[in-house]
Design a protein around this ligand. Structure first.
Ligand code: ZN
Length: 139
């Protein structure tokens, strides 16, 4: 059985009040705590690289991206804006993405293509949260 055979899990947490807290991603018997901080949006520090109880077992990138999409859908269902939301404009520019060796076009008003933008939403260090609003937005 591979990761992709396992159905995606569920997110839970909130209400997103106060300064910060943790929400949870639960998949079968496994759970992943996700740190959040309240700013103008809910800033999420989503590290989907591995499960905390088995740090040597990497979660495949494709699965991490599926988890990101599920997280976006969950926030959207709650009508909550988050730091991992997809860019408002998914139209490609005529300029190459700034991602290393990437041959895709960047998105309008972004430095990155949608793939690299999504990767930028993942694997952020919960120990040293950074302001995240529009961090990849072109001034
Ligand atoms: Zn790219």
């Amino acid at each position: 059985m591979t990761e992709s055979d396992v159905p995606l899990g569920r997110f839970s947490g909130g209400p997103f009040r106060g300064r910060d807290g943790f929400m949870t991603y639960q998949e079968g018997l496994r759970s992943l705590p996700i740190y959040w901080e309240l700013s103008t949006v809910v800033c999420v520090y989503a590290d989907f690289r591995c499960w905390p109880d088995s740090p040597n077992e990497r979660i495949l990138e494709g699965r991490q991206l599926e988890m990101l999409q599920a997280l976006r859908a969950w926030f959207s269902s709650l009508n909550i804006k988050s730091s991992v939301d997809a860019p408002a404009n998914l139209v490609e520019d005529t300029v190459l993405c700034h991602g290393r060796d990437c041959t895709r076009m960047r998105l309008i008003n972004q430095y990155y293509c949608s793939y690299h933008y999504d990767l930028s939403c993942l694997a952020r260090d919960p120990v040293s949260p950074q302001p995240s609003n529009n961090r990849w937005r072109v001034p």
